[in-house]
Design a protein around this ligand. Structure first.
Ligand code: HAM
Length: 478
């Protein structure tokens, strides 16, 4: 294709979007061939997707994504608040990275032969032909940001945490979505084994704070590139004789990336995989020492854990420690969180040597576990509903509502005049803890009736004292 043809085609695509089939007739044969070869022609399926066939047809959310509605969102917030509180106590600070990254970031770090990169990423060609991806995970992004902003020049250790949506095109089921949410944390700048144990200690505290007590902490080491090479030789050899009994993916991976065979989930493959050599028996002395120190530290902190030799995790960047927390209450998708050490990741994406360790919690699954455990409740939605009776009560009622809201209380008021019965019905429906009744008698007596909606008991309280009355009864601000 000549430079001129290329320039013309690109100009058209930038200006008007991709060519439609019926526009191709206007092009020369050379341009038409080039437009097709370079993917500049809009496919029929794309065109259909852009056509909203019937205006009245209901447009639904995308498969594998979902809306989170109140009151469930309140539980999500509580989990997030608790995470921020616990992480801050361990001196982590928040980082926010873009949802959109260059595809190469994940191909290089997560690994080209992983399920995530091969099958699950939402990648697309941008108008300038750059390949972009909706992040399937955030560790690579955090390390990219660390390098891009030269945080290593500040010296010392960086402890960063993040919350937000991730995207993987997996088969949706309970606890598995195409847009899901992670709460994660990364420690960059040290390979000390105490970091691994301290981060797991923080996680255990966090799970305790959100009321999740039934879980298992699984831990393993995948060694360093040096000892892993040796192990891979042994593993490849063992796979030679058994790979014909494994699934197609495993047969391919036995050649391309044998470690991935260990996290195959195909039922029929499991007895064969169980008998393969274990990486823990092939660690070099330094990796063995690291692993022993991590498990020793966990013991010293009284944190129960199970050594799980097959836990290699589905991402290629791990070195040494890998770990997961599973919860029996969750069914098939039982991994609440996963993480590990990734001492070579920074170099993989063009940065200076920077050891790292971190984890990501699947927030969707965590919230399910929190709901089942039932210790953490959604926040009380409403402290008080103010029921005013008669026009004369409206202004005093609005003054009270404003004052209580300024004090941080969650308060609602009706906008239309209503009978008492109807107001109390609304207070009930909104699950207000108290109804504050202001009628002619209350205005004359200078004290408003405060009714406890759970017991029905009510008592008169001076307007100026209502905030402290709520505090006495409810404790924390609602
Ligand atoms: P990961 O194991 O791929 O690790 O994901 C971590 C957690 O995210 C999983 O344990 C699970 O709870 C949740 N998760 C993953 N996929 C889905 C899905 N489709 N739907 C719902 N939840 C899901 C990572 O992402 C690494 N970045 C963890 C890490 C951080 N390693 C070091 N630092």
């Amino acid at each position: 294709m000549s430079d001129r043809t290329r320039a013309l085609l690109r100009f058209h695509v930038r200006r008007y979007g991709q060519y439609k089939e019926n526009e191709l007739a206007q092009l020369s044969k050379e341009s038409e061939r080039a437009a097709r070869a370079h993917g500049l022609v809009e496919r029929a399926s794309q065109r259909r997707a852009l056509n909203v066939s019937k205006k009245s047809e209901l447009i639904r959310s995308v498969k594998g994504t979902r809306d989170l509605l109140p009151p469930e969102t309140s539980l999500w917030q509580r989990v997030e608040d608790e995470a921020r509180r616990v992480f801050a106590a361990y001196h982590f600070q928040e980082i926010r990275t873009p949802v959109l990254e260059l595809t190469a970031l994940f191909a290089r770090s997560v690994g080209e032969d992983t399920d995530i990169v091969m099958k699950e990423m939402y990648s697309f060609q941008d108008r300038d032909e750059e390949s972009l991806t909706l992040r399937p995970e955030a560790t690579a992004s955090v390390v990219r940001a660390y390098i891009e902003h030269s945080l290593y020049n500040q010296g010392g250790i960086h402890k960063l945490y993040y919350l937000g949506p991730m995207f993987r095109r997996e088969r949706p089921q309970k606890g598995r979505y195409r847009q899901f949410y992670q709460i994660g944390a990364e420690v960059l700048g040290s390979d000390h084994p105490v970091i691994d144990a301290e981060v797991m200690e923080m996680l255990v505290l966090f799970l305790e704070r959100v009321g999740v007590r039934e879980f298992a902490l699984l831990i393993n080491s995948v060694g360093c590139p040096r000892c892993r090479q040796e192990y891979l030789k042994v593993l490849r050899k063992a796979l030679e004789s058994v790979k014909t009994n494994l699934c197609g993916d495993c047969r391919r991976r036995a050649e391309t990336n044998p470690l991935r065979v260990l996290d195959c989930k195909v039922e029929a493959d499991q007895p064969v995989i169980e008998k393969l050599p274990r990486i823990l028996e092939h660690l070099c002395p330094e990796c063995r020492q690291h692993f022993d120190r991590v498990t020793g530290e966990l013991n010293q902190r009284g944190i129960p854990h199970q050594i799980t030799p097959r836990l290699v995790r589905g991402l290629d960047y791990y070195t040494r420690t890998t770990f997961e927390v599973t919860s029996g209450a969750l069914g098939a998708q039982n991994a609440v969180l996963g993480g590990g050490r990734y001492d070579g990741l920074s170099e993989m994406i063009g940065g200076p040597p920077t050891p790292g360790f971190g984890f990501s919690i699947g927030q969707d699954r965590l919230v399910l576990a929190v709901e089942q455990a039932g210790h953490l409740k959604p926040r009380e939605a409403l402290a008080a509903y103010v029921a005013w009776l008669g026009e004369a009560a409206l202004a005093p009622a609005q003054n009270l509502v404003r004052e209580l809201r300024r004090g941080g209380w969650s308060v609602e008021i009706g906008y239309e005049p209503m009978k008492l019965k109807k107001s109390l019905g609304i207070a009930n429906k909104l699950q207000a803890r108290f109804a504050i009744i202001i009628g002619e008698g209350e205005l004359a007596g200078g004290r408003y009736q405060v009714k406890d909606m759970s017991t029905g008991a009510q008592e008169p309280v001076e307007p100026a004292r209502i905030a402290s009355y709520l505090k006495e009864k409810l404790g924390a601000i609602v």
